[in-house]
Design a protein around this ligand. Structure first.
Ligand code: NAP
Length: 302
């Protein structure tokens, strides 16, 4: 099965980056796109995010071999409904949503009988919209594909090959397991960042200007994550409720243990944990998932 025409629904950070990556890598793939916002469609056409921007989803997906939904996870079902009329019978339907079980259910309900293979490129930034996309977003990053039972092996191979051509490393995973893994590596860290930044802004004894002035002490690294798109993250928590609440339970227990260690002056517990976490940071760098330069390579004015 050859993918020679890709339709991208949702032309923000993820959708735009897919279109730009196809172009920058010189792949022999025609791209079309649609976004519900006319201003986004205009910007997408101006930046050349896809070859042709259409005014309806059904027109954009006509003759596409692969349709990729790049909308917030809460909008996947509605977006799939909208494009159904234009879909070619052989088309593969995929997505980039950050939670997978709920998206698989929404797509299956909207497009019964279609070849649906959900996926999640684990690559992104805190920015969103049609100006945020860039061609190298997926280079060297993982793309997790969560094929449903009974998937067509040729379609799965074609989708895996597509993401490999965009520079990603592909991993296959069960959707429920994906949701648990991502709850701990992505969703809980975002919730913690949202909490810390929210708590700091509500403090009475420390002024907001002090929080911002001294943010280099650690706070500013949380503000990057907490600046992420509110719609996207609202939807992630609402669609990955089970796994997030399970991991949050574990996190709360560990936080209580640390609280106890601090109160009772148990330095060994603190030291042992901080030693283990430092080793994890080393592994993240060794596996090419982050920059090894201190302080994320910030310039410090030199
Ligand atoms: P984004 O930059 O906000 O782009 C999403 C676009 O989809 C917006 O222009 C939005 O328009 C449009 N849209 C919403 N509903 C639509 C519909 N029914 N039909 C057509 N267009 C529609 O978001 P993003 O960061 O690219 O995220 C897209 C998906 O990627 C999400 O599912 C997210 O979970 C996943 N993801 C994100 C990241 C990340 O770091 N950002 C990483 C991996 C995966 P409006 O603004 O009018 O709603």
């Amino acid at each position: 099965m050859t993918i020679s025409r890709v339709a991208i629904i949702g032309l923000g950070l993820l959708g735009g980056s897919i279109g730009l990556a196809i172009k920058a890598r010189g792949l022999d793939i025609a791209t079309t796109g649609y976004d519900r916002d006319p201003a986004v469609r205009a910007k997408a056409a101006e930046r050349g995010l896809v070859g042709q921007v259409y005014g309806t989803a059904a027109e954009a997906v006509t003759d596409a071999d692969l349709v990729i939904l790049c909308v917030p996870v809460g909008a996947m079902g509605a977006a799939a409904h909208e494009l159904a009329l234009g879909l070619a019978p052989h088309a593969i339907i995929s997505d980039v949503g950050s939670s997978k079980e709920a998206v698989a259910e929404a797509l299956a309900a909207a497009l019964p009988g279609a070849c649906i293979i959900p996926a999640h490129p684990v690559a992104g930034t805190e920015q969103s919209g049609p100006e945020a996309g860039f061609a190298t977003l997926f280079s060297g990053r993982w793309c997790i594909i969560t094929p449903p039972d009974g998937v067509d092996p040729a379609a799965l191979a074609a989708l895996s090959d597509f993401w490999t051509q965009l520079g990603s490393k592909v991993e296959l995973m069960d959707a429920a397991h994906h949701d648990l893994v991502l709850a701990v590596t992505s969703h809980i860290p975002h919730l913690i960042a949202y909490t810390i930044v929210g708590t700091a802004s509500d403090l009475e004894d420390v002024t907001q200007s002090e929080v911002i002035k001294y943010s280099a002490g650690g706070f500013r690294d949380f503000t990057r994550i907490a600046a992420s798109d509110p719609v996207m993250w609202r939807d992630v928590f609402l669609t990955n409720k089970g796994a997030v609440l399970e991991m949050l339970g574990r996190f709360s227990e560990d936080l209580t243990a640390l609280q106890r260690a601090i109160r009772s002056g148990d330095g060994d517990t603190l030291f042992d944990l901080f030693t283990r976490t430092r080793a994890i940071r080393r592994q993240v760098i060794e596996q090419g998932q982050d920059d090894e330069r201190p302080d994320f390579g910030r310039g410090h004015g030199e």
